[in-house]
Design a protein around this ligand. Sequence first.
Ligand code: HH2
Length: 260
Amino acid sequence: MGVINVTPDSFSDGGQFQTVSSALRHAQSIAPYCDILDIGGESTRPGAQPVAPAEELDRVLPVIRALREHGITLPISIDTTKAQVAEMALKAGANIINDVSAGRFEPDIFRVARDYGASIVLMHMQGQPRTMQINPQYKDVVQEVKQFLQSAIEIAMACGVNKEAIAIDPGIGFGKTLEHNLLLLRHLSQLTSLGCPLLVGVSRKSFIGTLCDQPDPQQRVWGTTAACAVAIMHGAHILRVHDARAIYDVCKVVDAIQQV
Ligand code: HH2
């Protein structure tokens, strides 16, 4: 899953793809290395301020339409927690909802997924982006994330979403310390028993910056590569990444080793 953030303030690529033409050029350059393109119009980085629905729609809809008009046929996911944004994005040509709140912020998003027959990614986050990194606490992070995802799957299904349409995500960096992130990656395979494809987003995240002493997110590709390889070995099916060209090769090599 290749990331295209149409935002001024995303933590690693904010402001880079804010015009339709720059987002389109970026999409065309990463498309050969992706199975899904993830379009986001609101940063969820720690401390980020919320964006109004109209502003988020103004950012993402022209990009989704442009991708379709220029013949990009890959599935498109819309990275949003807002039901209205999800619905308009699906109408404009998106296929998947990527909800980092797993329906906690706007439960109507499940109705949208059901009505449009869209797939939905349900991600774990402790708290809200604005405050989630202040003092995250768990007794057993892996079990608590697992229980949350189990109940999110049940809520989505109770709203009429098919289980086959659901992917789950432990939410690396969302209300988690360095140790929480490492424990989740180390014990990722415990989430596979929930019976849904597992999506993992480690790309350029601050835990990699801490481990590698690398303050510049764009210089974290090697650390990202290591975390992606481990994630695949431990059961990840989908990797959400900025450096699609590099991680494409990681996927090929690790998949080959796993399948021999
Ligand atoms: N991480 C980010 C955004 N969306 N979605 C899923 N499913 N999983 C993730 O780990 C995830 C996500 C944060 O990364 P990015 O979009 O690059 O930054 P920002 O939120 O600042 O736009």
